[in-house]
Design a protein around this ligand. Structure first.
Ligand code: ADP
Length: 303
């Protein structure tokens, strides 16, 4: 059995570079088309594995070549894929991403096989969750399943970590069984109604999340690092200064790195520093899973 279980999405990111975004009815020439492995669940699973965690992944892929390749790649990264299910007659989840010359993104996502991760599909894998130390989830798979998995974990004494991305409202029923939540500023605002503009407002937002029953809150602040709050007392842990090229999967790398660091026995501040280093390296590289470093690279960065 694996100490960390990640439950979440797998996406093929179809990325096209464009001079500017096409208007309705317009056809433009793009260039440098690439299909890059993505999906917040897969990104976090890969990050945790590359950064040293003992991990199993619960997910659904389609019965296409991308899905089959991903299962092979997850295995190469050392992930237990026994609960990565292949859905018949269904494509793997996709994101259609246009990147303009300005660096701006325009993204359209379709859940496809990710929508098949229903509570029924989860049921045969509940033992993986019950026997793990920690369950890590995001919000690109059905919320009913996320809520079910969180309850299974909660009853078994498995710690529930939720990265509430992409931003969407969540039920009190789900939040009540979350032990650690890791929103970015936008997600924290959507969940609490409090705009996070500085450290004081970060603590106010954290307090609103504590009031929902969540004992530990970590609000990621991009290049500013994170605001961590436990029992109403918070502090900032700064990140590393790097030349950012592409911040895709920064949050995913942070989440995977944090849990890998904690699993390795680091105290919280050191685990955050390890996660910051991993995420800082990832923003200097292009793409989602293509940008996630290994533990050896992070150790060298911190040396
Ligand atoms: P998300 O990608 O979910 O929006 P953030 O932008 O808050 O998350 O970033 C998550 C983490 O990634 C930060 O806490 C930090 O460790 C790292 N990070 C993000 N942007 C930068 C940056 N420009 N320079 C260095 N580290 C960064």
């Amino acid at each position: 059995m694996n100490k960390l279980v990640v439950l979440g999405s797998v996406n093929a990111d179809h990325v096209l570079q464009v001079a500017s975004f096409p208007r309705p009815g317009e056809t433009l020439l793009g260039h440098s088309y690439a299909v890059i492995p993505g999906g917040k669940g897969a990104n976090q699973a890969v990050a945790a594995a590359r950064l040293g965690a003992d991990i199993a992944f619960i997910a659904c892929v389609g019965d296409d070549s991308f899905g089959a390749n991903m299962i092979t790649e997850f295995g190469r990264d050392g992930i237990n894929t026994q609960a990565v299910m292949v859905e018949q007659d269904t494509p793997t989840g996709i994101a259609m991403i246009q990147v303009a010359a300005t660096g701006e993104n325009s993204i359209c996502i379709s859940a496809e096989a990710n929508a098949c991760l229903t509570p029924e599909r989860l049921a045969p894998h509940s033992k993986l969750i019950e026997q793990a130390d920690t369950l890590l989830m995001q919000l690109e798979t059905p919320i009913a399943t996320i809520t079910q998995a969180a309850k299974i974990a909660n009853q078994a004494g498995t710690r529930v970590v939720l990265n509430p991305a992409p931003a969407q409202p969540l039920s009190d029923e789900l939040l009540a069984v979350v032990d650690l939540i890791t929103p970015n500023e936008t997600e924290a605002e959507l969940l609490t109604g409090i705009k996070v503009t500085d450290m004081a407002s970060a603590q106010v937002a954290a307090n609103a999340l504590h009031a929902k029953g969540i004992s530990e809150v970590m609000i990621t602040l991009g290049s500013q690092g994170v605001w961590i709050s436990k029992a109403g007392t918070g502090k900032q842990v700064k990140g590393f200064r790097v030349d950012a090229v592409d911040t895709t999967a920064a949050g995913d790398t942070f989440n995977g790195g944090l849990l890998a660091g904690l699993q390795a026995g680091l105290v919280l501040d050191d685990a955050i520093r390890f996660a910051h280093a991993a995420a800082a390296i990832s923003v200097t590289r292009v793409g989602a899973q293509t940008s996630i470093p290994t533990k050896a690279e992070v150790d060298a960065f911190l040396a």
